[in-house]
Design a protein around this ligand. Structure first.
Ligand code: MSP
Length: 513
């Protein structure tokens, strides 16, 4: 068994607020992995969207004096505009208020309800509920009486609910995770999930009667579906569950669900059990990254520490934004954002590193060869270690990106930038140019440098699509851009001598702090 499509998702976000850079962190990382997969020729399906039902949304709408649908219709574009501005290349965008989603949720609910094992049953729930998490907590989970994630008071709730028999799935979940050691990453999260499961699982309610902003249960419509059951199902809705069996078979199971570590339990315990109960395969992998911290705490709108992505994009540009978070925060660990470190990264790696390399090489080709890519001559004589380092970097990048280690992937690319800059310093083309007898050598050096830039443009394209396109056009080969596939696109010698190049604008202007 195995789906043909590389299917990757972000969480679907609550649109009751506007996005901050914590949300964008997940979405950009997912985008980079999706773009990389396309670059290596894998058929890819990348999904994101908004989670629009539930008590939290209903209350936010009430606070604004509008009905929930008006409210989500007003807020949802604020999310989409951020993804567009960040060059996020999602193939589909799901809103849980769409009819296609209601159909899929009803279908999964019924599949579980009618599976013959009584996995959904009627009971009464009384407990402590955090509306921000949309989760019940046990007394012991609270910190000073507050929700451990939001540090806000919980509410005592009692209502008649349908329950999902999660407790019956303990052994099957453990078996699933033993058979698939990579199904939760990184290891620290896998261990957390294993101990949650081993600690015993409690049934959770899958319906609510105290409010009505949700999808009605098909067999008892005075109940609406619990928002997490509704939300998780988005991943199969968009893959064609219940609506397009052929596409569903090609697309599901998802290859990677990217999430923050705050929603691990729902994705790695609830979700696979729900699917097993409904006769659907669990996802291949759940990848839970760390938090972006501000002042040592998880950035959050509730605590007024949220920074809107536009505040940074306006200053640094989209590419620099995308680069910074991947490079600076080891993927999987928590990381702190700071303006100073972002300026430093921008200037050191982008303006002085790649940007300066490109402008120096193109300027020399302009002055010494009338702007045309010179003849390579014998690479063994002129290209130094660049061709072999390029091959090695492409191998490391592939290993990192397919293994979901984007920080290591980006670092590998910058080893090639460093090698190219060192190579120029060693070969001193500016000095060679003063000697007419060394014209072939000068041509060979600048060809090698330009060819390295071409390869770099391919490699950076998933992370910095704009800079990649600008570099391709400066190298005079933009018409080739859409057809690049790794590893062939990185094979040495792709640039044709005689191609007219152009000195464009600086790729990354230097920034003052
Ligand atoms: N709607 C649910 C998810 C349903 S998925 C079936 C939800 N939404 S949310 O809007 O609160 O977004 C949570 C996600 O946003 C986190 O899992 C994480 O991906 C991202 N982040 C929110 N704050 C973050 C940080 N401070 N740091 C890193 N990621 C953060 O939960």
């Amino acid at each position: 068994m195995g789906s043909e499509v590389f299917y990757v998702t972000t969480p679907i976000y609550y649109p009751n607020d506007v996005p901050h850079i914590g949300h964008a962190y997940t979405t950009v990382a997912t985008d980079v992995i999706a773009r990389y997969r396309r670059l290596r020729g894998d058929e890819t399906f990348f999904l994101t969207g908004t989670d629009e039902h539930g008590l939290k949304l209903q209350r936010a709408a009430e606070a604004q004096g509008v009905d929930p649908r008006t409210w989500v219709d007003r807020m949802e574009p604020r999310w989409r505009e951020v993804w567009e501005r960040l060059d996020v290349s999602n193939d589909d965008y799901i809103r849980t208020t769409e009819p296609r989603h209601e159909a899929a949720v009803s279908r999964l609910l019924l599949a579980v309800y009618e599976n013959g094992r009584d996995d959904i049953y009627l009971g009464t729930y009384e407990g402590l509920y955090c509306v921000s998490c949309e989760l019940y907590y046990a007394e012991d989970d609270l910190v000073d009486g507050n929700c451990p994630i939001h540090d806000r008071p919980v509410e005592r709730m009692r209502e008649e609910n349908y329950f999902f028999r999660l407790s019956a799935y303990q052994d099957r979940l453990l078996e699933h995770y033993e058979r698939n050691p990579d199904a939760v990453r990184p290891d620290i999260r896998r261990n957390e999930v294993l101990s949650l499961i081993k600690g015993g699982l409690q049934d959770f309610s899958v319906s609510r009667t105290s409010f009505d902003w949700g999808i009605p249960l098909p067999w008892d419509p005075k109940h609406v579906c619990y928002v997490w059951f509704d939300a998780l199902t988005n991943y199969i809705t968009a893959a064609g569950y219940g609506s397009d069996d052929g596409r569903f078979a090609r697309t599901w199971p998802a290859d990677v669900h990217f999430i923050g570590k705050d929603i691990l339990r729902q994705h790695a315990v609830y979700w696979p059990a729900m699917l097993m109960a409904g006769g659907v395969e669990p996802p291949r992998q759940v990848w839970a990254h760390g938090y972006l911290l501000v002042g040592g705490e998880k950035m959050s709108k509730t605590k007024l520490t949220g920074i809107h992505p536009f505040e940074l994009i306006d200053h640094f540009g989209v590419d620099s934004y995308r680069y910074y978070f991947l490079r600076e925060v080891q993927f999987g660990q928590d990381g702190s954002f700071s303006w100073e470190s972002m300026v430093d990264r921008h200037n050191a790696d982008l303006a002085n590193g790649l940007g300066n390399l490109a402008s120096r090489v193109l300027a020399m080709i302009g002055s010494y060869f009338g702007g045309e890519v010179p003849e390579p001559g014998d690479p063994a004589a002129h290209a130094g270690r660049l061709p072999e380092v390029a091959v090695e970097v492409v191998r490391r990048l592939d290993q990192a990106m397919t293994g979901v280690a984007p920080t290591a992937g980006v670092a590998a690319i910058w080893d090639l930038v460093g090698e190219a800059n060192r190579y120029l310093v060693q070969r001193e083309p500016w000095a060679v140019s003063r000697n007419d007898g060394r014209r072939d050598e000068l041509a060979g050096i600048l060809y090698a440098a330009a060819e390295t830039l071409r390869i770099l443009a391919v490699l950076i394209s998933p992370v910095m699509p704009r800079a990649a396109a600008a570099l391709w056009s400066q190298l005079g080969v933009e018409e080739l851009l859409p057809n690049q596939r790794l590893p062939d696109a990185a094979a040495w010698g792709g640039l044709r001598p005689g191609t007219p190049t152009a000195r464009g604008e600086a790729l990354f202007p230097r920034l003052e702090g």
